[in-house]
Design a protein. Structure first.
Length: 184
């Protein structure tokens, strides 16, 4: 018998490589079967750290959404609005400088010129992320905590590190968000 996913199923995330626990509801007192490692899922809703996921077989569960691994989507359209990082060259330069600074600190540590605390101090805050695919590049902008997509001539924000925000009515919990595959 052939299996077909529910209509409109489009994975947005995968389960981490070691699998993850799941719950019937966003309530730790209602556990269910754990999810298999690297299982493709579609994030349907968020409530604070909780995420409701839909599996390809139609089964849904609640998980700790912070641990889901996002599936890369298509890059922003080239006609998307430009951001303050419109020129990708400064990010590319930082992407080149960061490993050089780290390598220098590693060499000094290996040579005995640095102790562990000094090494930690020199490397603290160094962050880099880069993916290159032909003319496309995804760069992590640590100064603004976001990923930027560039096509060689301009760039646009692709994703941010902003976490869930609390609502005015309930400052301890983030608002419920309905998430659709097309990002709306």
């Amino acid at each position: 018998m052939a299996f077909s996913p529910p209509p409109g199923f489009r994975p947005t995330h995968v389960v981490p490589q070691h699998g993850m626990p799941a719950w019937e509801a966003p309530d730790p007192a209602r556990p269910t079967l754990p999810l298999d490692p690297l299982l493709p899922v579609q994030l349907m809703e968020r409530r604070g750290d909780w995420g409701q996921v839909l599996c390809a077989n139609g089964w849904s569960a609640w998980v700790d959404g912070r641990y889901l691994v996002a599936v890369p989507q298509d890059p922003p359209a080239t006609d998307s609005p430009l951001t303050r990082a419109a020129d990708p060259r400064p990010l590319v330069a930082r992407a080149e400088e960061t490993p050089a600074r780290y390598r220098s600190a590693v060499e000094d540590l290996a040579a005995g010129a640095l102790d562990g605390e000094s090494f930690h101090s020199r490397t603290k805050g160094l962050r880099i992320g880069i993916g290159v695919d032909g003319e496309s590049v995804w760069l992590y902008d640590a100064a603004h905590e976001r990923w930027v997509y560039a096509d060689g001539t301009r760039s646009a924000t692709y994703a941010t590190d902003d976490g869930p925000r609390a609502t005015a009515e309930d400052p301890g919990h983030a608002p419920t968000q309905v998430v659709t595959p097309d990002g709306t």
